[in-house]
Design a protein around this ligand. Structure first.
Ligand SMILES: C[S@@+](CC[C@H](N)C(=O)[O-])C[C@H]1O[C@@H](n2cnc3c(N)ncnc32)[C@H](O)[C@@H]1O
Length: 306
């Protein structure tokens, strides 16, 4: 199985502007596709810190291109702790030339049945990217109240009958707790609205995002990224979800995910970024036909103002 086919690979690494000898971060190592290209461009004197919170991704660092490179460091951590982890590696704020994040899950995670990310296999309903801590998707379905479940399905999955589904979950778990992806698929099948695969994708995606607190981690990460970048350093973000894209867009415009413009006493607007991409870059038709998972991706790049 190919671990992961990188999305918007050349577009993102080119716009990151990798120069020989710089300090870079790949916040989402996965199969290492983006990292490999960054290493090629940064040469022998650069340093690359690659983060992934999934222990399985670490296995990919055994490849010669990573293991034999003294400038490559793998950091087993959630990227929301970017600043803390880089400081532990001796990198001070304002010293990083480029940071890239390719959000979401890898094909490996989706295609490995026992990780519980996919409705295509019957397996334990887990969905944690980091299996060493936190609540599983089954825990979440078995404990959250109906209002909370409705919010998750509606906000994160845009599920049209979120309230109906939330109440159905609560009724079902009184009979028998949720354990497997099959249990959830069965319940969804009784409450379907619209096309079956689309409905299941939306419900599974919503749970995955909540289990891994993906929006919370994204906000923490971007704040740290702004601090860690050197003036003139670049942030490249690949998103797959409209809420994530909105947060990235707002952050790159204003320095906060709400998109609130910061004005001083005299009405001067303070902007921490110059936009490198005025509009998001989307994959070519060629890329989406070769890799359908690239379909909803969007790349935005910004440069920290001097
Ligand atoms: C889409 S894949 C990245 C693929 C990679 N760019 C490549 O070319 O192979 C996303 C990866 O990021 C990791 N990930 C997602 N959210 C994370 C987070 N908050 N902290 C650390 N790793 C995260 C996932 O475990 C997954 O391996």
């Amino acid at each position: 199985m190919v671990y992961h086919e990188s999305v918007l690979l050349h577009e993102s690494v080119d716009l990151l502007g990798v120069a020989p000898g710089g300090i870079y971060v790949d916040a989402t190592f996965g199969g290492g596709g983006h990292s490999r290209l960054i290493l090629e461009k940064m040469g022998d004197n650069g340093r690359l810190f690659a983060f992934d919170q999934d222990e399985d991704a670490k296995r990919n660092t055994a490849q010669q291109v990573f293991s034999a490179n003294p400038g490559f460091v793998f950091v087993s951590s959630n990227f929301r702790y970017l600043k803390r982890q880089l400081r532990a590696e001796g990198i001070r704020p304002g010293k990083v030339q480029g940071i890239l994040a390719d959000l979401g899950v890898s094909s490996y995670q989706l295609d490995t049945a026992e990780r519980g990310f996919s409705y295509r296999f019957d397996a334990e309903l887990d969905m944690r990217m980091n299996r060493l801590e936190g609540e599983t998707a089954a825990d979440l379905l078995n404990t959250r109240n109906a209002e909370e479940l409705q919010r998750i399905f509606s906000e994160l999955g845009e599920v049209r009958n979120a309230k109906t589904l939330a109440h159905a979950v609560v009724r079902e778990r009184e009979k028998l707790p949720f354990r497997s992806t099959g249990d959830l698929v069965e319940l969804c099948s009784k409450n379907l609205m619209g096309e079956r695969m689309r409905y299941l994708s939306q419900v599974f995606q919503a749970l995955r995002m909540e289990v891994n607190d993906e929006l919370g981690a994204l906000e923490d990460f971007m704040k740290d990224a702004l601090e860690m970048l050197a003036p003139g350093g670049r942030l490249a973000m690949i998103t797959f979800h409209s809420l994530e894209d909105r947060m990235v867009k707002n952050f790159m415009k204003t320095g906060n995910v709400q998109g609130e413009v910061d004005q001083d006493f005299y009405g001067n607007i303070s902007r921490p970024w110059t936009l490198i991409t005025k509009k998001p870059i989307e994959p070519s038709q060629k890329e989406t036909s070769q890799n359908p998972r690239a379909r909803s991706s969007k790349l935005r790049v910004a440069q920290k103002i001097n």
